[in-house]
Design a protein around this ligand. Structure first.
Ligand SMILES: [Mn+2]
Length: 363
């Protein structure tokens, strides 16, 4: 991988250096492993540079928009600078307009949005490197690489690796990851999801699956106050039970899910008070080889009564992003993501129609 646009990096460096001690920084971020670890690294790095972080939130996760309510909170907190991590707010016109009212930077590895982002700094791998699979240059690695240019943060490597493992991006960062395994004297496994880093990712997913209280906030706080991977795992042990439950669905997937069209499509409808969609679909599509070229769809209920959709096809035989978008067209629902992984939601009323379309589409 080569840097093809150094000026974008320079702009980011100037952006951070331009934050004065009186300025007030906000971080809006995703709640998954990549989102949380990138936020913690950014916060720690900025604190080491004596910058003033006054507000962090993962409220943007559900709608992937910067809505009025959150905008008002930024104003109330007299925020001057906004960092958006691992959420492609450049896909939404109103969010761009809201971000333009502050000094804002989006650091993200999703596809480019369709709107003009003049006024905001957008850092995506495809905008400053020649990397082919830009989605593998996950947010935590972007933040780690960028902030490393400004301040010493190599003690936070373990957080970067956790995010990389969480986004299944370790193949292209093997050198970086292996160096860290050596440093911490950890046992190597080619399937890094089975290592301690993977375990921490599963605990973070566990925190995300509990809908009633702010478990993500709790998890973030606990990881922030951990000095290494072991400590972080111990600090998050209350989410272990979710991993056990998720494992049950993964291990019994073939019996619990329904298959269609010569096994090309697998749909699992989960009826639990926990939201385990992402964890199950990731476990299935990256575990057994059998499912690598299959379209796996997990359907679960959300807190607001709508249905949560998680689609996976790890070897990209099916374009999850396209299929989910296409099948939701005109229905009360929305979704999208990457080719191998996409998510979304649909109303209960429209679910049967959506399901019919998926069965017609994945054949
Ligand atoms: Mn990510």
């Amino acid at each position: 991988m080569h840097i093809t646009n150094q000026s974008l990096i320079d702009k980011f460096i100037d952006f951070v250096n331009g934050i004065s001690n009186e300025n007030r920084v906000a971080v809006l971020h995703d709640s998954d492993a990549d989102g949380l670890t990138s936020t913690i690294i950014l916060e720690k790095a900025l604190e080491r540079m004596n910058k003033n972080i006054v507000f962090t939130s993962y409220e943007v996760v559900n709608k992937r928009k910067l809505e009025q309510q959150l905008f008002d909170k930024l104003i109330d907190n007299k925020v001057t600078h906004v960092f958006v991590l691992d959420i492609a707010l450049d896909m939404d016109k109103k969010s761009i307009q809201n971000l333009c009212k502050f000094k804002s930077v989006i650091i993200d590895h999703h596809q480019n949005g369709d709107f003009n982002t003049i006024g905001i700094l957008v850092i995506k791998p495809q905008l400053f490197t020649d990397i082919e699979r830009y989605e593998k240059y996950c947010t935590v690695k972007l933040v780690y690489d960028l902030m490393s240019r400004l301040i010493k943060i190599d003690d936070l490597e373990w957080l970067a690796i956790t995010g990389i493992v969480g986004d299944f991006s370790w193949q292209i960062w093997e050198e970086f990851v292996k160096k860290c395994f050596k440093k911490y004297n950890l046992e190597w496994d080619d399937y890094l999801y089975n290592t301690k880093f993977g375990y921490l990712c599963k605990l973070i997913e566990g925190a995300n699956s509990i809908m009633k209280e702010d478990c993500v906030g709790f998890a973030k706080e606990r990881i922030y106050n951990s000095n290494d991977i072991e400590e972080a795992i111990n600090n998050l042990s209350r989410f272990k039970f979710v991993i056990e439950k998720t494992d049950y669905y993964i291990q019994n997937f073939k019996n619990l899910a329904k298959s269609y069209n010569d096994n090309k499509l697998w749909i699992l409808e989960v009826n639990e008070p926990l939201s385990m969609n992402g964890a199950i679909s990731t476990g299935i599509s990256t575990g057994e080889d059998f499912f690598k070229d299959k379209f796996v769809l997990i359907v679960g209920e959300r807190e607001d009564g709508r249905l949560r959709l998680s689609a996976r096809c790890q070897d990209s035989s099916w374009d999850c992003n396209k299929i989910i978008k296409k099948c939701l067209e005109g229905l009360d629902g929305n979704g999208g993501g990457h080719i191998p992984a996409a998510g979304g939601n649909v109303s209960k009323e429209d679910y049967q129609e959506f399901k019919k379309r998926i069965i017609m589409e994945v054949m």
